[in-house]
Design a protein around this ligand. Sequence first.
Ligand code: LUZ
Ligand code: MOS
Length: 751
Amino acid sequence: MKNIDSFNHVRGESRYLDDIPLIQGTLFGVALGASVAHGIIKKLDLSEALALEGIVRIFTDKDITGENQIGGIVPDEPLLADHHVHFSGMPIAFVVAETEEIAREALKKIKVEIEALPVITDPREAQAKGELIVPPRTFRIGDTDAAWQDCAYVFEGKADTNGQEHLYIETQGAYAVPLENGVIKVYSSTQGPTAVQRAVCKVLGVPMHQIEVDVTRLGGGFGGKEDQANTWAALCALATHVLKKPVKYSLHRMEDMAMTGKRHPYSTDFKIGLSRELKILAYEATFFQNAGAAADLSPAVLERTLFHSVNTYFIPNVRVTGNSCRTNLPPNTAFRGFGGPQGMFVIEAAIVKAAESIGVEAAQIQRINLNKTGDEFHYGQIAQSESQACWEKALEIYGFDQMKEAVGAFNKANLLHKKGLALMPVCFGISFTNTMMNHARSLVHVYSDGSVNVSTGAVEMGQGVNTKILQVAAQVFSLNADKIRINSTNTFRIANTSPSAASATADLNGKATLIACTEILKRLKKVASDELKIDAKEIELKNELVLAGGAETGLDWKRLVALAFMKRVALSEHGHYATPEIHFDKTKEKGHPFAYHVYGTAITEVTIDCLRGTYEVDAVKVVHDFGTSMNPVIDKGQIEGGIVQGIGWMTLEELIYDKEGKLKSNALSTYKVPDIYAVPKKIEIDFLQTEQDNLAIFRSKAVGEPPLMYGIGAYFALRNAVKAFNPAAELPFDAPMTAEKVLLGLYAGKY
Ligand code: LUZ
Ligand code: MOS
């Protein structure tokens, strides 16, 4: 079954926020962002801007009718700056005008004087000055202090990863429309309709039943719209609340890049100890997360870094500590992987450091330390592992030994081009780490004509979740896809949703849909049983027909539904699903936080040009643990996209803030994302289909985030290629590995 949106997408008919037909009288808002990263607002002169014809109003913090607060986990983020600005791009004022052009014209006429204060951009500096968002957390197992003595090898080092711009194709935006009785309908490009509803209610000072948030689909989210769609929705809704007019704001790309947070950069110290047989006996890491100027989701992101800090290895003695450091960057936020990739990069760097120092291949250390079913993670959960299965299958089906030989032969034969290989095993936990967020609801209506309409809390952002939810309803009712529609995501239909995030959306909302459909099916079977005078246990729906004991009954879906309606049987159901079994005790930092883990192994091969430092990714070959994929086409697309996005983070995408906290890489001319030339020449994906039961919908494991981490393999493959040219190069673990860094590495120490 292909993605149900594919037809509309290729015809340009899919509707995004900016495609919503405007209501007469709509006004247009634009936010004014701070021009410095830290300072005190001394003067804000709006007079010249207000004098422009067509300006309706300029909102500042003084105009907020409720609370000037949009912080989620920690209430530390004003919607509009009061006296203080904390990051460059922080919204100071919201201009509302009759046209967008006038609003943008007015922006230039606002006079702001800000007295600059010292700017911190480095998380280690922030930590040293006591600027932490929340107290540090430490996860541990065993006793690392005692374990070092048993180690034949101990290595220490530092590993840094940079941030990443989400670059969803559809920028952030919102459109607020007044309904009657003070109700406001907010169209928002958000992964979290309820998060938007909460933020709007807080800022306006109104109850949640007054704010309807509606989302048809997003042109990408990647985590950037889990929390950070709130700002624009709150600004538009505030203006609508005060002016009683529809207000829209759809951000320009450069505004979006400058004002919104990104993946968190991290700087980390590590220490790894191994036995003579290369078993990792102990591992320690201290993470310095660059949270930016406010908490946003940083504490949760940091928590996932700690969870995934040993990747897919079993290590008996672990102590990992995370610091969430307050700096003067825009608040960094969720990004596909949610801190997991940052944690995994460090353990992989530690393994490579150990391998290079001992003089063995990293793959040797990786392989013998892969976890097995029954091993305990440092946070207490017992692994149900496919780690070795994925690894061994990848080596075998892709002929890793031959690949290695071929690369060796190539490197012998070529002076100015070198190839590098790396293996990247991955293990990613599925569930929100915050246990209370793991529930969802689905509202299923069967109409009297037999057509079906499903609403859930899932937001379609290109990942295909609506297709999967439709498949659930189609399978339970045994209907053709064309009988089923998936509604927009709407807070008046489905309440208290968790954001579409954590790779868990299809599982949570799919299971709620399964529950609702199964309940309706039970009633329909009862109707058929009464009508046919056959035991309900004998009744089965198949291909829109009602069968009894496998034989046709003359009753079909349409007639059965009509009959049920005549008999006044409820044809709607609201299903609720909460993930069972999961729990986590933060006082002990132990528990069973994940419904299950997703495993996989990627082999990456790259070629570098040793004159220019440029490179190509020749191939990424993966064995991925899908459980039993319910939609191989969509799942393959997710893996391919994840790999490319991960490679981008690890190689090309270089986020640059200057010392003043200003974003220099603020457009696509200065921030390089993967294009068609940068994607691997070859991507092969093998489905590890497993039979044992799991908590995924139809046993089809979550696929959104795990593949991003395969991209980490590209970093280490490039490193190996550089070493093939210049074995003496001292290369810091400092991602991304841009062409510039490759070039510096190739000639390091040579001239
Ligand atoms: N969002 C969140 C996430 O709020 N909690 C999580 O655990 C998570 N994990 C991955 C991606 N987004
Ligand atoms: Mo996400 S990083 O699953 O919003």
